[in-house]
Write a new protein. Structure first.
Length: 309
């Protein structure tokens, strides 16, 4: 299944115009956020291009998000979202990253369940220009299996298109299940998720099946009279790539790219005003692969301000 999107900005503008009209017909809300952070990265990389550097650098990160939600009635709603992020490094500008993301989500609630359809599109740019277009269609079902426990399952169909690396262009299919459990009047949340996916690329060496595990624990509390939220999470991903035999004038050999990744992440959000917060985040990644150049460790830290409206 191959999905295409011509111009994400144009689609978002059309969707926003439609939602503005819908505001006169039914309940419509608009929200957004923006944040700026100082970041440090111990191992600069672009995973989608297998570009990993042993160099470290610091820089700045900017993020912005706009969201429009149209509540058609008590059961149905449509949500449109546009997000922009930018990373700029002080020394190695070839790793400067710019990302545009758009999503359109329609959902319907019945009894204790929620059914939905969602489209996600993304365009990624480096200093040299756009290198990746990504589209994904999802169908999901959410169910309260207990008053404090929510299960969300989804099926996903995705397409990746690279500007100059035709062999990496791929279609894929995936499925996931995420379980959320709430405690202490929903001030504490524990999440565990399982996922699996299959991806078929034009070049067989990039074909793979993969599996993942994702967990997170968050807790809200007051400190010195200020609202605060801390979280810690761990995720694991394994990819089993297709083994491809390559021959040259001297010999034949197999290309194998199997890899696994483990990332642990912790964050702290401190609300200094109703709409303004300080966000601190640290991350440690351990990346292993049968390709030696893709085996490395990475530490990322950031400190910034977040504003919501």
């Amino acid at each position: 299944m191959k999905l295409r999107i011509g111009n994400i900005t144009c689609i978002f503008a059309c969707a926003t115009s439609f939602f503005t009209w819908a505001d006169t017909q039914s309940a419509f809300t608009f929200s957004g956020k923006a944040d700026a952070s100082a970041i440090y990265n111990s191992a600069l990389s672009v995973d989608e291009l297998d570009d990993v550097s042993t160099q470290s650098d610091s820089g700045q990160e900017l993020n912005a998000m706009l969201q429009g939600k149209w509540k058609i009635n008590d059961k149905a709603q449509v949500t449109s979202r546009y997000a922009y992020s930018q990373q700029r490094y002080n020394q190695y500008s070839q790793y400067d990253l710019e990302l545009h993301q758009f999503s359109l989500d329609g959902s319907y609630k019945f009894t204790q369940r929620e059914f939905g359809l969602r489209f996600d599109g993304a365009k990624a740019r480096l200093e040299t220009g756009t290198f990746l277009d990504f589209q994904q269609m999802s169908v999901y079902l959410g169910t309260f299996i207990q008053p404090e426990t929510f299960l969300r399952t989804s099926l996903k169909f995705k397409n990746k298109s690279f500007t100059q690396l035709y062999g990496r262009d791929a279609n894929g299919f995936g499925a996931s299940a995420d379980l959320f459990h709430f405690l202490n009047n929903a001030n504490t949340m524990f999440m565990i998720g399982l996922s699996g996916e299959i991806e078929n690329a034009h070049d067989n060496q990039f074909n793979y099946w993969g599996a993942g595990l994702n967990t997170k624990l968050t807790h809200k509390f007051d400190m010195f009279g200020l609202a605060s939220k801390v979280g810690i999470g761990w995720r694991y991903q394994y990819k089993d790539y297709e083994s491809v035999e390559v021959s040259d004038l001297q010999a034949s050999y197999n290309i194998q790219r199997d890899e696994n990744r483990q990332v642990i992440q912790a964050d702290w959000v401190l609300n200094i005003f109703d709409n303004l917060s300080v966000v601190t985040e640290v991350q440690r990644g351990d990346y292993k692969s049968k390709v030696e150049s893709l085996t490395y460790q990475q530490n990322i830290a950031s400190l910034g301000l977040n504003y919501t409206f």
